[in-house]
Design a protein around this ligand. Structure first.
Ligand SMILES: *[C@@H]1O[C@H](CO)[C@@H](O)[C@H](O)[C@H]1NC(C)=O
Ligand SMILES: *[C@@H]1O[C@H](CO)[C@@H](O)[C@H](O)[C@H]1NC(C)=O
Ligand SMILES: *[C@@H]1O[C@H](CO)[C@@H](O)[C@H](O)[C@H]1NC(C)=O
Ligand SMILES: *[C@@H]1O[C@H](CO)[C@@H](O)[C@H](O)[C@H]1NC(C)=O
Ligand SMILES: *[C@@H]1O[C@H](CO)[C@@H](O)[C@H](O)[C@H]1NC(C)=O
Length: 242
């Protein structure tokens, strides 16, 4: 049977239409699905919590909303509201892929074995986050100043890590912050002016000071003998070089 040119054209149009439709199904709404797939791939999951629940083969609308730890805006729409992956023994770095879950407002990765630094561009990864819990992991390095640009934050928990350096002074601009904890880290220096955060939130750091903890000491002025010793050392170096 030979197709007339008219039916052939109609077929081409229908096929194009179907292609367009399937393209939209593949590329239109998959970002949160792709986001969770990438997160799963990027984390070590030794106890199989994600492996047993995060099954990407069943593609019914809202299927990711049934995954362990995933809360959606609406149960039948693949848009992640909160991700709660606490106490799963997860290992690896901070899952940057979470940037593609673009409607996320809450992230709980507490009580895992995540390590490395907290990304410096975290404010671009978690733009609208209101609650962030990274406590009880092995995060090291400094607290990124960019967190001060996550202006919707009302709860930020960083306790029980290996964080060093100062608490960024810019945190005083986080006007919605109600809960802030950094206990059991290696932080030092002046605590910024965060309204209504109690001393408990800062406990067990070797060098934090200032309200609500005791005031910071002025650096001790050098004694004469120290100045003399220093001068002697630099003279020695000069002599040695010559
Ligand atoms: C993931 O789960 C499947 C079946 O549930 C199992 O066969 C597989 O070994 C698991 N993989 C890992 C890495 O735990
Ligand atoms: C896909 O997931 C939906 C919702 O969880 C469930 O009702 C349905 O049975 C699943 N389909 C398959 C083929 O697993
Ligand atoms: C976000 O998704 C895009 C593709 O849609 C991908 O190219 C990009 O690497 C993803 N971002 C992250 C941080 O994984
Ligand atoms: C935070 O926002 C301010 C003002 O918009 C901007 O100048 C600064 O570069 C941002 N900081 C980071 C780390 O993105
Ligand atoms: C500060 O904390 C106290 C007790 O927790 C509470 O009653 C008060 O409303 C808080 N003030 C502000 C400005 O949040």
């Amino acid at each position: 049977m030979v197709l007339s040119s008219r039916t052939f054209c109609a077929h081409v149009i229908i096929i194009n239409f179907l292609l367009l439709l399937s393209c939209n199904m593949v590329y239109g709404t998959p970002t949160d699905i792709f986001c969770l797939e990438s997160i799963k791939k990027s984390l070590e999951d030794p106890y199989g919590y994600l492996n047993s629940s995060w099954d990407f083969n069943n593609n019914t609308e809202g299927f990711i909303c049934r995954f362990t730890g995933v809360e959606c805006w609406h149960p039948d729409e693949n848009k992640v509201l909160n991700l709660k992956l606490s106490n799963m023994g997860l290992k690896g770095q901070f899952p940057r892929a979470i940037q593609n879950c673009s409607s996320l407002t809450g992230l709980d990765l507490s009580i895992n074995k995540l390590s490395g630094t907290i990304p410096t561009d975290i404010n671009h990864i978690l733009e609208y986050v209101t609650t962030l819990d990274l406590s009880s992991n092995d995060f090291s390095g400094t607290i990124p100043v960019g967190l001060a640009n996550c202006s919707y934050l009302n709860s930020l928990k960083l306790d029980q890590n290996q964080l060093t350096g100062q608490i960024p002074g810019q945190f005083s601009t986080l006007s919605r912050l109600k809960v802030f904890t950094v206990t059991n880290n290696l932080l030092t220096g002046q605590i910024p002016n965060l309204r209504n955060i109690s001393a408990d939130s800062y406990a067990n750091n070797p060098g934090l000071c200032g309200s609500p903890l005791p005031a910071c000491q002025a650096p001790p002025s050098k004694s004469n003998s120290a100045v003399i010793a220093e001068a002697a050392v630099s003279e020695f170096i000069v002599c040695h070089v010559n």
